[in-house]
Design a protein around this ligand. Structure first.
Ligand SMILES: Nc1ncnc2c1ncn2[C@@H]1O[C@H](COP(=O)(O)OP(=O)(O)O)[C@@H](O)[C@H]1O
Ligand SMILES: [Mg+2]
Length: 595
């Protein structure tokens, strides 16, 4: 499977990223303006120094008025700059959080909507994991890199313009001497990042080995391998500390190098300034102000060069995120949905073939082959067959989690491709093999299906499925916590909750995939009673793992390697002496053997 990474350039990626996260654009003009005000405020200080020197000390006089005025202006400018920058930072932070929130929601919805025909649940899980870490990268970028671009970028731009305005020749001297600074810093920073990556990696190795030695102590002792392992751990620890020392050395070099360049640049500026002398029109004040400006210009360079790497990582993350949003979602919703008839709905399957596209490059046979059948409205059907025969896939196609590769499926005579998604979810409910329960109470997991439901209606639904006594016997009744993924309940109990949840939707068609894991006898009785009551009056397709479910159904379908091999009532199929008969006899033998 190819990775969905797009080929856009950095600029294109940023453009598309802003489009995908429109919150970023809201009020950005004002944020940029505030950042400019902040930068301007900081540029004002060197200018006031120049003014104070050139106009405050003239002909041996000290003009206190001018000096205090300039000091007041500088103070005001600093306060204004601080306020403006703080506000810009706040605005950027807020908008980027909103943008990332929107992006996360869009990504998860998008991944959720990907057709199961192309993307298995595992692959979707992997996509979610990757996207989560990419969005995290973007979040980190906004917390630091985005701010640096905004604040340092505007500051450097303004300072450079003021320097050029003061004295373009000195400005050029400063830029030319500072340029290698950026270059060298970037090189050293890259080395540093790499060195710390290695150090972290070595650290993880030591941790793994240590925990292995501890948890595998008994095995090590039994084989007398303790000393060998001890020397392995010692070696790894040595490598770890070497790696950290190396990273530290590079870091130590990086720290003063900014200072060195600073001194070099300022000296160059001063030297050129002094050599040219006052005859060039450069006043003492302008010279001093210029030195301050040069330093202001150099300050953000170190941060900026570091931010460049972070920006590259963020752009790469954004590119992957956009690549995921580009994966086409299936199955498409019709432009003009056709309404489903009221009341019970029939299911018609017409010459359906199906292959999982993710497997089509292998020479595996299709999962379903030439499947045709009509299930009249209100009929209760059990589907049986060996593992891998295509039962779950059939359920997915009826629920339109994927479209058939060939042929068509209709609900109440309306082809599924013409049914709107909302209408489909209202009229057809799937109870999957492993129903998902959210961490919370049973009540919360039930109400999630119908948020506005009255407690009385919930009680009624429980009564209707005859589950009152089961619920009352749980530690906290309906308020019992199910734990993460519902692990506090047994697999059978999770299905009981899912059955109640499905009954709240009151669908015309019910697709149920029975749990394969063993269910204790009492829960099994409750499950089959609840299913019987839930199925009454609805078209029900129960993928049966317990043949007792098949025995009670009005009709049994037997799938074998994607083919419908038997179709009839329980009694008819028993008479036929075929696949069903063999499976049933084997099941009867196994249940009577186990008591
Ligand atoms: N999401 C998927 N992607 C690729 N292949 C799948 C997927 N789900 C099921 N299969 C394959 O399709 C075939 C039928 O599976 P399934 O419908 O789950 O059968 P059953 O429910 O009868 O055990 C199996 O060979 C299975 O490996
Ligand atoms: Mg299955």
């Amino acid at each position: 499977m190819t990775e969905p990474i797009s080929r856009w350039t950095a600029v294109e990626t940023i453009g598309r990223g802003v489009k995908a996260a429109p919150a970023l654009r809201i009020g950005f003009g004002l944020t940029l303006f505030l950042a400019l005000v902040g930068a301007a405020g900081r540029v004002v200080v060197p200018i006031t120094i120049q003014q104070a020197i050139d106009r405050g000390f003239r002909d041996g006089d000290v003009r206190v008025g001018i000096i205090t005025t300039m000091a007041a202006i500088a103070l005001g400018a600093v306060l204004l700059a601080t306020w403006a920058q703080r506000t810009a930072v706040y605005r950027l932070g807020r908008r980027s959080e909103e943008a990332l929130y929107g992006l996360r929601v869009r990504l998860f919805e998008h991944i959720h909507r990907l057709s199961l025909a192309d993307h298995s649940e595992e692959r979707k899980g992997a996509l979610v994991a990757r996207v989560t870490s990419d969005v995290e990268t973007l979040a980190q970028f906004f917390q630091w890199g985005g701010l640096a671009w905004l604040l340092d970028g505007t500051l450097m731009l303004l300072v450079a313009s003021v320097m050029l305005a003061y004295d373009w020749m000195l400005a050029l001297v400063a830029f030319v001497v500072a340029a290698p600074l950026a270059f060298v810093l970037r090189k050293v920073q890259r080395h540093l990042v790499r060195a710390y990556d290695i150090a972290r990696h070595r650290n993880a190795e030591v941790m793994t080995q240590l925990s292995e030695v501890v948890s595998g102590a008994e095995t090590l002792r039994a084989y007398g391998a303790g000393p060998r392992y001890a020397s392995k751990v010692k070696h790894a620890s040595r490598e770890r500390s070497d790696a950290f020392i190396k990273a530290g050395t590079i870091g130590a070099f990086l720290f003063p190098s900014g200072e060195v360049f600073n001194v070099l640049t300022v000296s160059a500026v001063v030297t050129v300034g002094v050599v040219r002398g006052p005859s060039s029109g450069l006043t003492a004040g302008a010279m001093v102000g210029f030195v301050f400006l040069t330093q202001r210009f150099l300050e953000p360079i170190a941060e900026f060069t570091e931010v460049l790497d972070q920006t590259q990582t963020a752009v790469a993350g954004m590119r992957r995120v956009l690549g995921v949003l580009e994966i086409p979602v299936g199955p498409p919703e019709p432009d003009v949905p056709q309404p489903l008839p009221a009341g019970p709905l029939s299911v018609t399957i017409d010459r359906v073939d199906f292959s999982y596209r993710s497997r089509s490059d292998t020479d595996e046979p299709p999962v379903l082959v030439g499947l045709s059948l009509h299930i009249p409205a209100g009929q209760q059907v059990a589907v049986i067959g060996e593992t891998g025969s295509g039962k779950t896939t059939l359920g997915r196609l009826i629920a339109r989690m994927a479209d058939p590769t060939a042929g068509s499926i209709a609900l109440g005579g309306v082809p599924l491709t013409r049914v709107g998604n909302a209408a489909l979810r209202e009229r057809l409910t799937v109870v999957p093999q492993e129903p998902f329960l959210f961490d919370g109470s049973i009540a919360a997991n039930l109400l999630f299906a119908r948020p506005g439901l009255q407690p009385a209606d919930l009680e009624q639904a429980i009564e209707r499925l005859d589950l009152r006594e089961w619920l009352d016997n749980l530690p906290d009744g309906i308020d019992t916590e199910v734990g993460q993924r519902g692990t506090q309940l047994s697999a059978g109990e999770r299905q009981l909750v899912a059955l109640i949840r499905a009954s709240l939707v009151d669908p015309a068609v019910l697709v149920l995939d029975e749990a394969t894991s063993s269910v204790d006898a009492l829960t099994e009785v409750r499950l089959s009673r609840a299913l019987e009551r839930l199925a009454a009056g609805r078209t029900t397709i129960a993928i049966a793992h317990r043949l007792s479910t098949a025995a009670r159904a009005q009709r049994v379908l037997v799938l074998d390697h994607g083919l419908l091999v038997e179709d009839g009532t329980h009694d008819e199929l028993l008479q036929r002496n075929g696949v069903y008969r063999r499976m049933y006899d084997a099941w009867v033998a196994s249940t009577s053997a186990s008591g």
